[in-house]
Design a protein around this ligand. Sequence first.
Ligand code: ZN
Length: 254
Amino acid sequence: MIRITMYNEFYHEQHKPNVKAIYPNGMHAAIKEYLDSEGSFEPMRVCTLDMPECGLTEEVLDNTDVLLWWGHVKHDEVSDEVAERVVRHVKDGMGFIGLHSAHASKPFRTLMGTDSHLLRWRETGDLARIWTVDYAHPITNGLPDYFELEHEETYGEHFDIPQPDDLVFVTWFSGGEIFRSGCTFHRGQGRIFYFQPGHETFPTYYNENVRKVIANGIKWAYNPGRKSIGTGHFRIKPNIESEWAGELQENFTK
Ligand code: ZN
């Protein structure tokens, strides 16, 4: 069973009545409710900004296969130390799912290496039509050609991410914009999936298709075979049986 941890800033839900009305126990509770009943995962662990070290201690990350991240107005209150710890664990093989405004979070920005906080946005509740564009990708399993969210925050290009390894979804908004809304990346042994829907004032995380995408993303990002990778000067003498092997092997023994 895959061990999931979700970091949620958990600020809007406690301070904005309109958000609290949609997510009385936090956005993480809506996601947890689905994932815990899906059958593939251990009960999801929840970490929030108000916990010491955001709850993301070395021990918690050591016991996390895939980390979900939702943050918006309090990115800077996540310490550099915690962000660096998350990045290190991703490179060592922990999966990372960046949800919505996580594009501007410290760990995601470091992992991208670009100004991934930069994009166009508009909060007018446009309809969002999320199109599958990579039908062979496991993250699209069980999903239709497209699905719609009646209201979402509009994100538009240009989105300053590096060229994704896989472009899985593209979203069209009724205001006319398009956005690369489902993208994957590899960093070290870690797999990263960014998924755009999830603005706090809309009930996006109750949508069955959104939930399915998140579950598929977690399964894809799960790397059960984390390895100790060898790098540096290669000291093992190769077994070469060619006419020039003698000279080459001599060089290796020097
Ligand atoms: Zn938003």
